[in-house]
Design a protein around this ligand. Structure first.
Ligand code: G3I
Length: 358
């Protein structure tokens, strides 16, 4: 047999195993669900990062690259380079892109946060930003977190430069500025899915009640909105997994009953870690249980259409940097890109498909 013959056999076997190997994205495709993760484009050059990402996920969201701080070095400049890298990676690997986020009170550049602008200036800046960024990514970003974390834990609209410090100049109702940004977003891109994204309102509580009321009001009055992003950062293991999953499922049920989609947008589970960054074996099992319950709760509702983790390897996660290294190991792959029990739990649930929640 010629060398060429054996080379084609080897290539063929490699292609078959690539195409048919089990992966999160393959199982998610079978259920009609998107499986996504937040990404940092500076890491695409790391082979294990890029290959794991491309193999396992069907959707990416820039962790920081489409925030104001990254896109707007100054008031007159748009720097789309990092965001474009995410879109390019996604196109090469047939992935969808979620955009994050057009309006937030955090991670804004200093010129904006400390600029002492008038309401009129802020309104013009925000309208222009939404329009320019959405038009740039039209047809490439299929869904946007239009506004992020606008409510406090009591369900009141949070103080922010856009709302009341000094705000964009809409005083008739506290949710008026939120409504306005959705209307601007719809004009900028008539086809993108528009999401309200929020933390700590995943299950039934005061905040999720307020979000539900706002969504009901918006849907009733034809405000353009397509979905709610439930972030799902699990901060502790001191939670009853079944109670958490049941409460999440009930919230997804009422939101989807309004005709909205739900995306789980920022899933991770902060585990206690020792001085070497290692967690207890039992905690890894509990983490997997939490992942399982959350994925199952989503798959129990046809309107829950995407599940996304906030990063995928414990090597790169916001958790370590925000908790003085007492918490970590929150993601489905460990620091060497080996799948953890949490990964296997997600894979099993996706393989089981869209069954009603247990
Ligand atoms: O890019 C600047 C760099 O120019 C500067 O030199 C450096 C010095 O501090 O900071 C860099 O910005 C950092 C940015 O990440 C990009 O790396 C910010 O300081 C840092 O605060 C920022 O943290 C991000 C945080 O949101 C705030 O935007 C985290 O990576 C990101 O994981 C986290 O993600 C949020 C979601 O957007 C919303 N939901 C909660 C979630 C977790 O906090």
């Amino acid at each position: 047999m010629s060398k060429n013959f054996w080379q084609s056999v080897i290539l063929g076997v490699a292609m078959v195993s690539l195409c048919c190997a089990q992966s999160l994205r393959r199982e998610a495709d079978n259920t009609g669900t998107l499986i996504g993760t937040a990404v940092r484009p500076s890491l695409f050059l790391e082979t294990a990062y890029a290959s794991t990402l491309a193999r396992e996920f069907s959707m990416v969201e820039p962790e920081d690259a489409m925030k104001w701080r990254a896109l707007r070095p100054d008031a007159n400049t748009y720097d789309f380079r990092q965001g474009d890298e995410v879109v390019h990676f996604a196109q090469i690997h047939q992935m969808k892109v979620r955009g994050h986020c057009l309006v937030w009170d955090h991670d804004n550049p200093d010129w904006l946060a400390h600029g002492h602008f008038t309401s009129r200036d802020l309104s013009r800046l925000l309208h222009e930003h939404i329009t320019r960024v959405m038009k740039h990514y039209k047809g490439q970003v299929f869904a946007w977190d239009v506004i992020n974390e606008a409510m406090d834990e009591k369900g009141n609209v949070r103080d922010s430069i856009w709302y009341n410090e000094p705000g964009i100049g809409l005083s008739e109702k506290d949710t008026a500025y939120i409504e306005q940004v959705f209307r601007w977003a719809r004009k900028a891109d008539p086809h993108a899915l528009l999401f309200y994204n929020e933390a700590e309102g995943e299950g039934l509580n005061r905040k999720s009640d307020a979000i539900y009321a706002m969504m009901k009001d918006f849907k009733g009055r034809g405000v353009p909105i397509n979905g709610v992003g439930l972030q799902m950062h699990v901060p502790t293991l001191e939670l009853d997994t079944s109670a958490l999953a049941a409460s999440l499922s009930a919230n997804i049920a009422r939101l989807t009953a309004l005709g909205l989609q739900v995306h789980i947008t920022e899933l991770d589970v902060a585990l206690p870690i020792d001085a070497n960054g290692v967690s207890r074996p039992d905690d890894l099992v509990r983490e997997a249980d939490l992942y399982r319950g959350i994925v199952r709760a989503c798959l129990g509702h046809a309107g829950c259409t995407a599940i996304q983790t906030w990063g995928f390897t414990d090597k790169y996660s916001w958790i370590g940097s925000h908790s003085r290294h007492t918490r970590g190991q929150g993601l489905p792959f460990d620091r060497t890109y080996q799948p953890k029990s949490a990964y296997r739990a997600v894979l099993e649930e996706l393989s089981a498909g869209r069954l009603p929640p247990h």
